[in-house]
Every structure is written in structure tokens, then in C-alpha cells.
Write a protein that binds this ligand. Structure first.
Ligand SMILES: [Zn+2]
Length: 270
């Protein structure tokens, strides 16, 4: 019987937080896969093609095993760092929660509280309502260079922390693909259209990413028609259009959260 059920956060089109060429969805899947490879039959890896938050999977999950949901934080200020464990407000941490909080905080120190109680998160609430033994682990900050490099360079060590906390003997399966994947680049039929600028000064660049040179700018209220193309780079979603000169131009639509947000720099109007 499985001693641990793993849910990998985000996915199914939601990249989660993005920084340094990494997406949270891909990284926590790499970690979940490694926990499964090293833990063998005592680990059950939930379907990684799904977004368990969006599809409400915990409302239907049937398992007697304790559940861990894997995530990475982002702060937007680059200096925040450290791992922590989230449990449902009103619950006392059990032996798994305490072990995870201690070991993850030792592996990635930096948070003042290594164990936090929350009442405003859907999946801890869903699990609590169904009596599922559950915790959500933030495996450091993806937009902190130190945390991200520690995560990427020590994936097996991190995976073994989870196995140890749940009393599972780690095997020695060779690492399949421990390297971070490059940021995704996609074409999507629903992306293109007319967008209105919501900020006073929005840079137009000659390449997607903060390294692109500024070649023009948009002001609040102006509109731009973007192609069916976007790229996630440096934590932002970049759209493209063809400028009057015929050159391809790139512009930040907003922070890469996996969905349109109220504070995006460009809001689709047509
Ligand atoms: Zn997340």
C-alpha cells in the first residue's frame, strides 16, 4: 500500500510561477517524478497531466495515504527565500508535517515560519472536508537564484527528504532527466487580438524578455494587435506584433501566472 500520495501543483496549461527559465509546474513535476522513482511502489504519483487545483481532484480522490502537494513560491523581489509547509487552519501538525517543516527548512532556510496554517486555500480546505491527511509544501522561491539553484542541483536530496519523512526507504534508481527544461514557447489560437495598455509606460522590445532592447513604448489607453504567439521569459508573458518597419516587436502582457490578471499591462479588448 502506498505510504505517500503526491500531487504536483499547477499544470494543464498553468505554468505556475516562472523565473530563471524555469516554470513551477515543470519543476514540481520533476520533483514528484523523482520521489516516485526513488520511492517505488510505496509512492503514488497523482496524474501529472492534470491541474488538481483547477479540476477539483481532491473532491474525488480516494486514498488512505497521506497527501503532499508540491509547489514553489515566488515573491517578485528576488531576495525572499526558504521552504515552508502549509496546513489547514485549525489543525495541529502531525508527525509528517513537523518532519517536513524541519527538514525542508534545514534544506532551504529563510522563512521565519517553517509551518503555516491557512484557511484561504482551496486544496487544504477540500482535503480537510473529506478527512484526507494533507499538506502543501512550498519548495523554496523559484524567483530566488539561491533557492532555484539548490532545487535544480539537488533534486535527489530534496526527493529523499520527502521519502524519509514518510518512512519510505529510498532506492537508487538513476535520474531520468534532472535538468531543468527551457521555458516554453507556444502558439495559441486564443492569444492574439487587440489589447489595451493599462500602464503609463510599457516598453516595446526587439526580443522577448527583459534583455530585449527598448525600441518604442505604449502609453495608457493605446491599443496594440498581437499575434497568436506568446513566450514566458523572466517571469512575464511576452506577446509579439509586426512593427511599421516590418520587424517583429515584443511586449510584456503581464506577469506569468497562467491566466489573465486584473493588473496585467495589456488587457484584451477584442
Ligand atoms: Zn504554486
Amino acid at each position: 500500500m502506498a505510504k505517500l500520495f503526491i500531487i504536483c501543483g499547477h499544470g494543464a496549461g498553468d505554468p505556475g510561477c516562472c523565473a530563471g527559465g524555469c516554470t513551477e509546474a515543470e519543476r514540481v513535476r520533476a520533483l514528484g517524478q523523482r520521489i516516485k522513482e526513488l520511492g517505488g511502489s510505496e509512492v503514488e504519483l497523482g496524474d501529472t497531466s492534470r491541474n488538481w487545483y483547477a479540476d477539483g481532484g481532491l473532491n474525488r480522490l480516494s486514498t488512505d495515504a497521506p497527501v503532499v502537494e508540491l509547489h514553489m513560491d515566488a515573491s517578485g523581489i528576488a531576495t525572499a527565500h526558504g521552504a515552508h509547509v502549509i496546513i489547514k487552519e485549525g489543525f495541529e501538525p502531525d508527525e509528517y508535517d513537523n518532519a517536513l517543516a524541519d527538514k525542508l527548512a534545514a534544506f532551504m532556510p529563510g522563512r521565519s515560519e517553517k509551518l503555516v496554517r491557512r484557511s484561504d486555500l482551496a486544496n487544504p480546505n477540500r482535503a480537510a472536508a473529506r478527512g484526507i491527511n494533507y499538506r502543501l509544501c512550498e519548495n523554496g522561491f523559484i524567483d530566488n537564484d539561491g533557492d532555484r539553484e539548490k532545487f535544480n542541483g539537488n533534486l535527489d536530496e530534496l526527493a529523499r527528504i520527502y521519502l524519509e519523512c514518510f518512512g519510505i526507504t529510498a532506492g537508487s534508481a538513476p535520474a531520468a532527466v534532472p535538468q531543468p527544461q527551457p521555458a516554453q514557447q507556444e502558439t495559441t489560437e486564443n492569444f492574439g487580438g487587440t489589447y489595451r495598455c493599462t500602464v503609463d509606460y510599457l516598453r516595446v522590445r526587439d526580443a522577448p524578455g527583459l534583455g530585449g532592447t527598448e525600441v518604442a513604448h505604449y502609453s495608457s489607453g493605446e491599443t496594440v494587435t498581437l499575434d497568436n504567439w506568446y513566450k514566458i521569459a523572466d517571469g512575464y508573458v511576452w506577446g509579439q506584433y509586426t512593427g511599421y518597419s516590418g520587424a517583429t516587436r515584443y511586449i510584456a502582457v503581464g506577469k506569468a501566472t497562467g491566466k489573465p490578471e486584473a493588473d496585467d499591462y495589456l488587457v484584451k479588448v477584442g
